[in-house]
Design a protein around this ligand. Structure first.
Ligand code: DGL
Length: 262
């Protein structure tokens, strides 16, 4: 591995772009290779072993592209099989899990709600994460199966989206939750809608900057941080519809970006 190599970042679709953007802000000298696995999305409806197969295929692709580290920018994939992926490959692999710990620390009512894909909430990895805090707060789980397809379709702030968000969050708020965890990277793109629908005084916990900091820490430890001025241009790749991915990037990636041809 060499410090001038890129960092691979992947998700089932566009959600991980929010994590990639946090990395872009924190580590401007690094270059990114983003892989959106839209051809196989959503992961939230797959078994853990199907998701693991996609994680392996993407990791092989990213290694062939010469990355020095991989960020699994997806809670569903991380909770499904990051342990297995780490056991199989020796490069640094950083994941993202729902921010239950910061949520418990932020809550004054002692009730937190976790919004995530149905699959994430069913994994043993998530169960053990949430059990760690069970004595300190009530952790309410809310699967949100309809959000990812809407976000992929760039329906970010429609009346339908607001209604869906209200349907998912109201039961949590009614039980006293004052803190909502965005346990799926896609939800970062509707964080403002969630905050607005939930109303004033509700904490929204996001994890993308913590992931970027963890990556920075691991790269520094392994002397893999790029010490040069600015890295080469970022690359974006989708295993699905290239036209849609171009539109998604134009809307969701703040810097001008061009997807690689398939
Ligand atoms: N963005 C992914 C996550 O953080 C989930 C999307 C999906 O269901 O494919 O969990």
């Amino acid at each position: 591995m060499h410090q001038h190599q890129s960092i691979g970042v992947f998700d089932s679709g566009v959600g991980g772009l929010s994590v990639a953007w946090a990395i872009r802000q924190l580590l401007p000298a690094e270059s990114l290779y983003y892989f959106a696995d839209t051809g196989y999305a959503p992961y939230g409806e797959k078994t853990d072993s199907d998701t693991y197969q996609r994680m392996q295929a993407i990791t092989r692709h990213l290694l062939a592209c010469g990355v020095k580290a991989i960020v699994v920018a997806c809670n569903t994939a991380t909770t499904a099989a990051i342990k297995e992926l780490r056991a199989q490959y020796s490069l640094p692999i950083i994941g993202v899990e729902p921010g239950v710990k910061p949520a418990v620390l932020a809550s004054t009512t002692g009730v937190v709600g976790v919004l995530a894909t149905p699959r994430t909430l069913l994994t043993p990895a998530f169960a053990s994460l949430s059990q760690r805090y069970a004595g300190k707060a009530r952790v309410l789980l809310q699967p949100c199966p309809q959000l990812v397809p809407m976000i992929e379709a760039l329906e970010l702030d429609s009346a339908v989206m607001r209604e869906l968000v209200a349907g998912y969050t109201q039961p949590l708020l009614a039980q006293g939750a004052d803190t909502l965890v965005l346990g799926c990277t896609h939800y970062n793109f509707i964080a403002d809608v969630i905050a607005d629908v939930a109303g004033p005084g509700i904490n929204i916990v996001r994890t993308e900057m913590a992931v970027a900091k963890q990556l920075q820490h691991r790269l520094a430890q392994m002397q893999l941080l790029n010490s040069g001025a600015v890295g080469k241009a970022d690359c974006f790749y989708s295993s699905g519809d290239a036209g849609l991915f171009h539109r998604q990037l134009r809307r969701l990636w703040p810097a001008a970006a061009t997807a690689l041809p398939l």
